[in-house]
Design a protein around this ligand. Structure first.
Ligand SMILES: Cc1cc2nc3c(=O)[nH]c(=O)nc-3n(C[C@H](O)[C@H](O)[C@H](O)COP(=O)(O)O)c2cc1C
Length: 389
């Protein structure tokens, strides 16, 4: 139902996105989108770029008088840093000397530089890294904010929290409550456990001091989700796969689990599966545990969606690793672009956006209509069906 594309280079004029499939009649506030963009820029361990950029979205199409029209929504986020890159990233004309000066021929291990240079047959890895850079995720966060706005109309909320940085990790099977997750929003790493957060910050300080980077993990959560989103019907409709794909599409995310998937794989079935209960007052089934992360058989089961992403340490290191020059083929220490020690807190915000997009898509697949009113009618009918089940 929902489709979106982004375009834009890290140091180009702007990032843009087109979101297609959003129903008409949805009230959108740019302040809310901007607030989400601001959340992406924060977090302990970030570097200089975040001080330059202060993202603001401009809606270009698909919205009239603050309400969606049902036509494709187009948005733009200008890159403030563009003013420093106008020559090196000029859209037209022959390459000026500035472009030569900004050429990258020393690919960084772990980044997209070498694979991309070989793929597109370019000896200037800048042609790759400009797009591979996680700057692109600002556009995703803006799209995610629109999806969150849709979901909020149905009482569905999305949150995230940092669960580990390097060796400072919460116990694998610990599930923080929704209240603790949302309460940590203003903390330096958006970690629900203040003591653990202090350990995480020490890990970041130690890595930074040694000119190194450090990875970690974050959990995303969605509550208020009705049962039956996603499908058991086909492999590509199973929601667990869609959530994992969305998380793995975030630059530097290298692992994903639904619920306590990794711990579950080491345990016995009797201590893994969430027993089923029925509340006659609410006329609803419920669970006392949620090790499945709210998804069974590729469908939501009515519990909170919980999924975790595992993030590798960033690959641009002030301490260089061995690499080989793309032109001379001589061994070099890899080129150093401006870098963060960790972007784990930002990665969680991007994870929220990706989860919002997946859940909004699944929601519209089940209840979709051309206007918000039509979607609401469809949803109300389903809730009635559930109550009389
Ligand atoms: C929010 C965020 C910020 C990032 N910042 C940096 C950075 O400063 N330096 C860096 O080398 N990689 C950074 N990355 C990771 C790279 O974009 C990523 O490693 C690269 O595109 C290669 O893709 P892959 O790691 O998914 O294979 C960041 C990732 C995220 C999610």
């Amino acid at each position: 139902m929902l489709r979106f594309l982004t375009a834009g280079e890290s140091h180009g004029p702007a990032l843009v996105a087109i979101l297609d499939g959003m129903p008409g009649g949805l009230r959108l506030r740019t302040e809310f989108i901007n607030r989400e963009l601001k959340r992406r820029m924060g977090g302990y361990g970030r570097g200089g770029r975040m001080k330059i950029e202060s993202d603001e979205v401009k809606l270009l199409a698909g919205v009239r008088f603050g309400t969606t029209l049902g036509s494709p929504i187009a948005l733009i986020i200008e890159n403030r840093d563009w003013s420093n890159w106008k020559a090196a990233m000029a859209v037209e004309g022959p390459p000026p000397p500035a472009a030569v000066a900004r050429r990258v021929t020393r690919p960084r291990p772990g980044h997209a530089d070498l694979a991309g240079a070989l793929k597109v047959n370019s000896h200037d890895a800048r042609n790759i890294l400009e797009r591979a850079s996680a700057r692109e995720t600002a556009a995703r966060v803006a799209v995610g904010a629109i999806c969150r706005t849709l979901l909020a109309n149905f009482g569905i909320e999305i949150a995230s929290h940092t669960t580990s940085v390097g060796g400072a990790a919460a116990p694998e099977d610990r599930q923080e409550s929704w209240e603790r997750i949302t309460a940590c929003e203003a903390s330096p790493l958006r970690c629900a456990d203040p003591k653990l957060e202090r350990r995480m910050m020490r890990e970041i300080d130690a890595a930074s001091k040694q000119g190194d980077s450090v990875g970690g993990s974050f959990q995303v959560a969605a509550r208020g989700v009705p049962p039956g989103l996603g499908s058991h019907r086909q492999w590509d409709l199973r929601l667990a796969g869609l959530v994992a794909r969305a998380l793995l599409s975030i630059p530097s995310v290298k692992g994903a689990e639904v619920g306590s998937g990794f711990a579950n794989a080491r345990a016995r079935g009797s201590s893994v599966h969430d027993e089923i209960f029925y509340d006659p007052k609410r006329r609803a089934f419920y669970r006392k545990t949620n090790r499945a992360g709210g998804i069974e058989g590729g469908m939501t089961n009515g519990e909170e969606i919980r999924a975790r992403a595992f993030v590798k340490p960033l690959s641009t290191l002030p301490t260089s690793l061995q690499s080989v020059d793309l032109v001379s083929k001589e061994a070099f220490e890899a080129a150093v672009e401006r870098t963060d020690t960790t972007a784990i807190a930002a990665a969680g915000v991007i994870g929220e956006a990706m989860l919002a997009i997946v859940v909004a898509d699944a929601f519209l697949s089940k209840f979709g209509g051309d206007s918000l009113g039509e979607v609401k009618r469809n949803y109300r009918g389903y809730l009635k069906q559930l109550r009389s089940f």
